[in-house]
Design a protein around this ligand. Structure first.
Ligand SMILES: Cc1ncc(COP(=O)(O)O)c(C=O)c1O
Length: 373
């Protein structure tokens, strides 16, 4: 299999651990391990203390799968498959669902593996482009026109990376109906779910509303534990899940034993975990609101409705790649230019899940004052 370089991951490989402030990270500030362990109930603590470092069950620890299933309305633990990160889940799922002669529709700009793996598998991938002028909304009429008799899979990431877009309920229902009419699988990448700024905006999970709906989750983003590298698929389509499990025998076989137990602890304490994440994101959003309000001529910004990333646009007469390169050199602050998503023009990704956002923003403001005013 040949696959194109993952531009964003190559960018992070170069910069993430070489700069003072990553102002474009998509995850929420990671939990300290000691704080996580302190939240363990007796059963999970005993699992941790008695852990031996053998292989684990390839479908995932039964208690972990049960805990993941409880995030959904009507999913049981046998309808959950654990992976080493959402990334592995995408890789396995798309490989079993798509091949030469198949078509897929994928929201774009977006996380590259959501469309690149399908291409590498030989499928035709039609990008469903989101536009700032529409508030980055999904256009169901246009998506319907993108369908073909060969459309096997529709992939939508919501809440969306990099724009922070979250469809309204009507659009979501329309999307599910569209997938059902086409007889296609619908992969909902929900890795930023539970970070809706208004809880009333939370959408049902894809796995709960459609027999061919597949929910993708992970501990990295809303649950602020990216270092665990634990993700999952949830779906009523057991036959498809079984095929994904067979494919996983060629990637990791099973997840890391310590990570599974720590994930169980984190998910059992999810109200506290999510409260912390929402608190960080809310504080940072207020800072960003103030920042953008004081720079109306230099940046445009569609305020996200959920998640921990947004996709503002530099209005000044300097290319965003140049601006970002000069900023990182002068201030040690990292932005992610849209070019890393293959997106033309002046957009860049901002991440607001990290606790150093205040200081990073001060440095950005100092730099902007020197160069843009
Ligand atoms: C939309 C989306 N899906 C999947 C992933 C992959 O998550 P992980 O790196 O935890 O496997 C990411 C990570 O940035 C993402 O933003």
């Amino acid at each position: 299999m040949r696959i194109a370089d993952f531009e964003l991951e190559r960018f992070f490989a170069r910069w993430e651990f070489a700069v003072d402030h990553v102002l474009c990270a998509s995850d929420v500030e990671g939990w300290p391990m000691a704080d996580l362990l302190a939240m363990a109930d007796d059963e999970a603590r005993a699992l941790w203390d008695g852990l031996t470092l053998g292989y684990t069950e390839s479908t995932g620890h039964p208690l972990l799968r049960r805990e993941i299933a409880s995030l959904y309305e009507g999913i049981d633990e046998s309808e959950v498959l654990v992976f080493s990160g959402a990334e592995e889940a995408i890789f396995c799922l798309v490989n079993v669902l798509l091949g030469p002669g198949d078509d897929a529709i994928v929201t774009w700009p977006g996380y590259q593996s959501l469309y690149e793996v399908g291409r590498a598998a030989g499928a035709t991938v039609n990008l469903h482009e989101l536009h700032e002028a529409d508030g980055w909304a999904i256009d169901l009429d246009r998506m319907r026109r993108q369908l073909s008799p060969q459309t096997r899979l529709i992939i939508v990431n919501a809440p969306h990376n990099p724009t922070g877009m979250l469809p309204d309920r009507d659009t979501f229902d329309g999307l599910v109906a569209l997938a059902a009419d086409a007889g296609a699988h619908l992969l909902l990448d929900e890795v930023y779910r539970f970070l809706e700024f208004d809880p009333a905006d939370r959408l049902p999970a894809g796995a709960d509303v459609y027999p061919r709906g597949i929910s993708l989750g992970v501990l990295s983003k809303s649950f602020a534990m990216a270092g665990l590298r634990i993700g999952w698929l949830a779906t009523h389509d057991r036959e498809m899940l079984d095929r994904a499990a067979r494919f996983k025998d060629y990637t990791t076989i099973c997840a890391s034993a310590p990570a599974e137990v720590l994930s169980l602890i984190g998910l059992r304490a999810r109200e506290r975990v999510l409260d912390r994440s929402r608190g960080i994101v809310a504080t940072n959003l207020e800072r960003l609101d103030r920042f953008f309000a004081s720079w109306p001529d230099s940046f445009s910004w569609v305020r996200p409705r959920a998640g921990s990333v947004g996709f503002p646009r530099l209005l000044a007469d300097v290319p965003i790649d140049r601006f970002a390169a000069d900023l990182v050199e002068a201030e040690g602050v990292l932005l992610l230019p849209g070019s890393r998503f293959g997106h033309p023009g002046q957009h860049f990704r901002l991440g607001f899940g990290r606790t150093d956002l205040g200081i990073a923003l001060e440095r950005l403001e100092a730099f902007a004052t020197r160069t843009l005013r």
